[in-house]
Ligand binder design. Structure first.
Ligand code: ADP
Ligand code: ZN
Ligand code: ZN
Length: 707
């Protein structure tokens, strides 16, 4: 019997376009008997061999049968991917305007898709040459079969849910058991209100019904605490993890466990949203507002948004519930609650008995003397906590020692030679580092321009704050948590653990400090400088700052009775800024209302929908010229439409950081009043851009977060 299969392979849109397949699917002939949708195959692609995914099986050829090549082999050993999974990747491909293969295959662990590296072609079975097994798959399967339920520590004594938690849990469980399609649930609870406890029990209920749960977290390396909470809170439940920190073999192992239904709960970062979970029955997105759910390269998807789509598509034609948890929801989710598309469940009090929210105070810095950047009230509060053996958190959202080195004599600045930004002075290794392209160089002994030996470190990063704190409080144990101090695996966890057990007096850090840690003994959080974000041009800057400050503030006062008198001190030169009024009152609702009112008036998301077209070239003029021509194409397409489209194409402009690694970047913003015309327009427009066959690199991003 001869069958024809349509196969998705990981090839960019440009290749698909030149092959004449707009959807990036390729046809092959299969003579090896039965074959199902969702199977992997090894196929010839040009001169190469690639792993592809069968998405259609037909009895007749869809294209000229003469031109069709044969499948080399079917990859055996794994269950096929489900229809639901394929439906999800198809949606993502359509929504983000990418060929299916560019979405589906990169979401798989590398040993599954990388035929060349894993020598799949040499593994053809001698007896049945149409079937191949990948040794890494075989190993992963064997290992999966051996994986026993670890008796993974002692059960945590169950706390009794308070009435708000109980009501929220009841609503989620009822939604899961209901036969009807359910709205996405926003679990909106202040920091420490026991959101984790609620969704943990909802997961336990789903697992008891023999279903799998998917839990997305922003940063898995920083949440060993969460994994531990899961293991303790869900005894006997098989918990898997999926994130980019795993080595290839481990990632394959974890993926296979999830795919073969051998884990009940999959805890992962954004990439886990595309994991294969055949018995999926519940999705949780923790800290749903977090920007790290947005992938910033390749397929620029939002894991939060795909989680919502995945829940709606559900399993076997029936939707499943999705719970978005946050103390500071995104404006997108908040607006969906207001329009009635999402359902809001609210927790308004801290869950630990006698725990209360910290008092937030502003410390104005105009006309006030500061020592090493710390005003007297901060210094006094820190001394007080050191004496009481309560660790202090100092939040400073800037890495390095100083943002720039400067020459007072001639005005030279330490610019990155490859980017349009300054290189940051890192004192720890006495190097200048570019945080954009990775360039680094030893700190010059004298000004490269005029020879002046006296170069000044201007401004303050976490390394400098750490040094200042050590000199102001010589008896204190001070440490720093940021991307530089946590490169070693486990470093972040051990720093956080040191706070928990009281081995540290002061921990200074970037927003790594803020993400969900349940510190019981912290009663003081200091913020040295929140001002730079107040005057940003980015319309989301206020939302991000408010949420960051609420989250760090939320680390204080979580420890029951001990939390009385917990404080958050924020230094600022703009104490009268309206954002602070809402923050001091812990009034997220008020803040969200004013933000949404502003955005509605300005026609900004979530009241409009955006996409950007970006181009990169060695010369800025070339990038701009490409975008200008693209814009002209786009306008011609829009003018050809008679229906009211509500789409606006802005002028091309250089990006805020225009040059990175000697590449000039420019972008063009597309704004639309509603989505369907936007996506229809993009389909036509992107096809016309492909047809230009420009050699320059370009891509489109849907729902960009940074513009
Ligand atoms: P959130 O996720 O909302 O920030 P957590 O779920 O981390 O809050 O809960 C904060 C703390 O309160 C945790 O230490 C948790 O064990 C505790 N907690 C949660 N629910 C209860 C409860 N009903 N009674 C007592 N303590 C609780
Ligand atoms: Zn100089
Ligand atoms: Zn650079």
């Amino acid at each position: 019997m001869v069958l024809f299969v349509r196969v998705a392979v990981d090839q960019p849109a440009a290749v698909a376009a030149s092959a004449g397949t707009g959807d990036g699917l390729y046809d092959y002939r299969w003579k090896g008997g039965a074959i199902e949708v969702g199977r992997f195959v090894l196929v010839p692609f040009g001169a190469r061999k690639m792993v592809g995914l069968v998405v259609e099986v037909n009895e007749t050829a869809m294209v000229d049968a003469e031109r069709i090549r044969d499948v080399i082999a079917r990859v055996d050993g794994l269950s096929p991917l489900s229809k639901d999974w394929l439906a999800l990747t198809r949606f993502a491909a359509r929504y983000y305007h990418r060929p299916l293969g560019e979405v589906a295959l990169p979401s798989l662990p590398p040993p599954l898709r990388d035929a060349a590296r894993y020598a799949l072609s040499e593994l053809l079975d001698e007896d049945t040459p149409q079937v191949a097994t990948l040794p890494s798959i075989a190993r992963a399967i064997k290992r999966a079969a051996r994986t026993a339920v670890v008796k993974e520590p002692a059960e945590k004594p169950a706390v009794e849910l308070n009435s708000m938690q109980a009501a929220a849990l009841d609503a989620i469980v009822t939604a899961r058991q209901s036969a009807n399609t359910q709205k996405p649930i926003l679990l909106y609870g202040i920091t420490g209100s026991g959101k984790t406890e609620v969704y943990l029990r909802a997961i336990a209920e789903a697992v008891a019904a023999n279903l799998q749960a998917l839990v997305l977290v922003p940063e898995i390396n920083l949440t060993p605490q969460l994994a531990e909470t899961f293991r303790r809170g869900l005894p006997g439940v098989r918990i898997g993890t999926l994130h980019s920190g795993h080595a290839a073999g481990e990632r394959l192992h974890q993926w296979v466990l999830a795919h073969e239904g051998q884990v009940d709960v999959l805890l992962g970062t954004r990439l886990a949203v595309l994991a294969s979970l055949p018995r999926l029955g519940l999705i949780v997105v923790d800290e749903e507002h977090d920007a790290s759910y947005k992938q910033q390269e390749g397929l620029r998807y939002s894991a939060r948004d795909l989680a919502i789509v995945r829940a709606r598509q559900g399993r076997d034609g029936k939707s499943i519930p999705v719970v978005l948890a946050s103390a500071t929801p995104s404006m997108e989710s908040w607006a969906h609650v207001e329009s009635g598309r999402y359902r809001k469940l609210v927790l308004t009090e801290r869950a630990m008995p006698e725990a209360s929210l910290p008092t937030i105070r502003l410390v104005p810095t105009q006309r006030v003397e500061a020592l090493h950047g710390l005003t007297e009230p901060l210094r006094a509060a820190i001394v007080d906590r050191i004496e009481r053996h309560e660790p202090v958190l100092v939040f400073h959202n800037r890495r390095g020692y100083a943002p720039v080195l400067a020459c007072g004599a001639c005005g030279w600045l330490s610019a990155c030679p490859r980017c349009s930004v300054n290189a940051v002075f890192h004192k720890a290794d006495r190097h200048l580092h570019c945080h954009h392209c990775g360039w680094q160089n030893r700190v010059p002994r004298a000004c490269p321009a005029c020879g002046n030996a006296d170069l000044a470190a201007v401004g303050r990063g976490t390394q400098r704050v750490e040094e200042s704190l050590a000199s102001l409080f010589p008896e204190a144990r001070v440490a720093r948590i940021d991307r530089d101090s946590t490169r070693r695996k486990g470093a972040a966890a051990s720093l956080l653990e040191a706070v928990h057990v009281g081995d540290l007096d002061i921990l200074v850090g970037t927003q790594m400090l803020a993400k969900g840690h349940d510190f019981r003994n912290v009663t003081l959080v200091c913020v040295l400088d929140a001002d730079s974000a107040l005057y940003s041009h980015d319309f989301r800057a206020a939302e991000r700052l408010f949420s960051n400050l609420m989250q760090v503030a939320g680390r204080a006062g979580r420890g029951g009775a001990r939390s009385r008198g917990a404080e958050v001190l924020i230094q600022t030169r703009a104490p009268e800024h309206p954002l602070f009024a809402a923050l001091l009152a812990h009034d997220f609702d008020g803040f969200a209302a004013s933000q949404l009112a502003e955005r509605r008036a300005a026609g900004l998301p979530p009241f409009s929908h955006q996409a950007v077209l970006r181009a990169e070239a060695p010369l800025a003029a070339d990038a701009i010229a490409f975008l200008a021509a693209a814009r002209a194409d786009g306008i011609a397409i829009l003018e050809g439409r008679h229906a009211e489209h509500g789409i606006e194409l802005y002028d091309p402009v250089p990006m805020t950081v225009a040059r990175i690694a000697n590449v000039e970047r420019a972008q063009l913003l597309i704004e639309a009043r509603s989505r369907p015309p936007l996506h229809a327009f993009l389909d036509a427009w992107l096809a016309s851009l492909q047809a230009r066959r420009s050699r320059l690199r370009w891509h489109v991003e849907i729902d960009p977060l940074d513009i």
